[in-house]
Write a protein that binds this ligand. Structure first.
Ligand code: ADE
Length: 269
């Protein structure tokens, strides 16, 4: 029998009542998650450090959902608040990214296994990309969370991939897993994306927040995972492609992925 306050069920599976932190940079990247939580449980919204943190449940799972805004500092500040003010048990970041890998196309999905800050360079004092005094350049995503996200993406593609591709005029989406790189730059030139490929040949996607979140989570021992839908290929067409994808498509992907991810977590709890 469980003692009062004991969070361990007899099957041995730990049951946590700490919330999951879910964040995106921009509202379009969250889809309808906040509205879905409002409908399921009602919402409590707490404003902290100029951001709104929405507390509720989705598929029975307690969540804190917020918008980080754009860039590494904004992301680090927001995830730090999720950890310290809201005691999240894990963090999931969702949003769009530019494709860097040669096989990564608009409409594909990238689930990070590792994250790196491509604009961090304290050489020759420290190796390029290494976070000084931490001794790490590549932060690992939590393997279990990343697999759960990838499985949710694969289910989405199996169930709705063809219809989604037809609706948006993209190829049928593919899921890639590997390195996501982050920096305080919107990469929008053939030369810029080629320079990233040359420096980091295994990079799949570029964005502006993920590795900052991964660093803070690493430092506090909080599991994290990042899923990104490819809105552009970081070349000269990137600004137009990004805006169109963000406006018309990003929410559909986030809804589809987060619903499946959270439903599976809810049924496993
Ligand atoms: N997010 C989406 N597309 C991006 C790009 N091309 N560069 C940086 N962040 C992005």
């Amino acid at each position: 029998m469980s003692a009062p306050g004991d969070d361990t069920v007899r099957s041995g599976a730990p049951v946590s009542h700490r919330p999951l932190g879910i964040l995106a940079a921009l509202p379009q990247e969250l889809g309808d998650l906040i509205e879905a939580m409002r409908a399921e449980s009602g919402l409590r919204t707490i404003t902290h450090g100029q951001r709104d943190y929405h507390l509720g449940t989705f598929h029975g799972a307690p969540c804190v959902v917020t918008l980080a805004r754009v860039g590494k500092v904004a992301a680090a500040a927001t995830v730090s608040a999720l950890i310290h003010a809201f005691d999240v048990e894990a963090v999931v970041f969702t949003g769009v990214a530019g494709g860097v890998g040669q096989e990564v196309r608009v409409g594909d999905i990238v689930v990070a296994s590792e994250l790196l800050q491509h604009d961090l360079d304290a050489s020759p004092l420290f190796p390029r990309f290494e976070v000084p005094l931490l001794g790490v350049s590549r932060f690992s995503a939590n393997a279990s969370l990343a697999s759960q996200l990838a499985a949710a993406c694969e289910r989405f593609i199996a169930e709705e991939g063809a219809a989604t591709a037809a609706r948006f005029g993209t190829r049928e989406p593919r899921v890639h897993r590997g390195l996501i790189i982050s920096g305080d730059q919107f990469v929008a030139s053939a030369a810029g994306v080629q320079a990233l490929r040359d420096a980091l040949p295994d990079a799949l996607a570029v964005e502006m927040e993920g590795a900052a979140i991964a660093q803070v989570c690493h430092e506090y021992g909080v599991p994290c995972a990042v899923v990104r839908t490819i809105s552009d290929t970081a070349d000269d067409h990137a600004p137009a492609s990004f805006v169109a994808f963000l406006t018309e498509i990003a929410g559909t992907y986030s809804n589809a992925i987060l619903t499946r991810f959270l439903a599976a977590r809810g049924s496993a709890a």
